[in-house]
Design a protein around this ligand. Structure first.
Ligand code: BV8
Length: 256
């Protein structure tokens, strides 16, 4: 922990890549762990365009249930610690695979959502973007686009769909230019997100993995902190900057 904390404290530019594990301690199910979000469904039915086409109502309801759970959840100490790191380093970018919005609710400001957001929907007619509509009794499921009347779909990225180009470009540019990349709570099996830490490592960044389980990235990481993010990240912030923490970026404990 100490060496990882020293590396983070000394860094000018930090990127964090997060996955579902960072929200586990908020009570939001991960995907591939036992009892995960996909345990009771076929991934093809809920995470592919074909699944939407086959039964748009069932898929919409599945996401509506997840959205309710995500809105009822609260950011946990892991989300808060990442927001604290952003306040303490000169340049911080948070890249998330999550759609739950908990990083923003914890105070993180520079957040790149690679796989979209559960708060956004878009129409299947002309791609009109719209906030996720609150359920109305008697309204069709999925609801219809308020602009063109086409069916709405969740504005998230499913398998076989391209990630938002500008978001990917910003994330890859940040990873290629950072001093430290924190990879937190991801099984690192979904591309292209799983390649981001390798991009950072190839450009000389130190990679710090936070995950109670071994992943394909554990071999790439310079530091592996094998415990829950809600425990590790607050401890990392304290070890790097002390309990109070510096007033400004770079003013770390013993480093003025
Ligand atoms: C694309 C929807 C191209 C959103 C999701 C063969 C090889 C390589 C790649 C491919 C291939 N065949 C196809 C592909 C591409 C495919 C892919 O990667 N497939 C893999 C699975 C083989 N990728 C795609 O299709 C992507 N698109 O490539 O497009 C393209 C280009 C141009 C034009 C057209 C197409 C799209 C990928 C996005 C898919 N969408 N979900 C949603 O509903 O949320 S995937 C799903 O997995 C989620 O998005 C999630 O974010 C993502 C990754 O999962 P994790 O977040 O890592 O969660 P997981 O449960 O897996 O792991 C949790 C981890 O947390 C565990 O390690 C656990 O130990 C840890 N943990 C638990 N508790 C804690 C903890 N850690 C810390 N603290 C704790 N307390």
């Amino acid at each position: 922990m100490e060496t990882a904390a020293d590396v983070v404290a000394a860094a000018g530019r930090v990127v964090a890549l997060t996955g579902a594990g960072v929200s586990a301690e908020s009570g939001i199910a991960t995907f591939r762990d036992a009892g995960g979000a996909w345990a009771q469904v076929d991934v093809a039915d809920v995470a592919t365009p074909a699944g939407y086409r086959a039964d748009p109502a069932a898929l919409w309801r599945w996401y509506a249930d997840r959205r309710r759970a995500m809105r009822a959840a609260a950011p946990n100490p892991a989300h808060q610690a990442l927001a604290a790191i952003e306040a303490r380093v000169a340049d911080f970018v948070l890249v998330t695979q999550n759609i739950d919005g908990l990083h923003q609710r914890a105070g993180s400001r520079r957040v790149l959502e690679l796989h979209g957001s559960v708060e956004e929907a878009r129409c299947t007619g002309r791609g009109h973007a719209t906030p996720w509509p609150d359920p109305e009794p008697g309204a069709p499921v999925p609801p219809l686009c308020p602009r063109c009347g086409a069916r709405l779909r969740p504005d998230v990225v499913w398998f076989g769909e391209a990630l938002p180009r500008a978001t990917v470009e910003a994330a890859w540019a940040a990873a290629a230019d950072c001093d430290v990349l924190l990879v937190v709570g991801t099984s690192a099996v979904v591309e292209p997100a799983a390649s981001l830490p390798r991009v950072a490592a190839a450009h000389g960044a130190a990679v710090v993995e936070v995950n109670p389980n071994h992943t394909p990235l554990s071999a790439v990481a310079d530091h592996v902190l094998g415990a829950p993010a809600g425990v590790v990240l607050p401890a990392l912030v304290e070890a790097a900057w002390g309990a109070g923490g510096p007033a400004s970026p770079g003013e770390a404990r013993g480093r003025i």
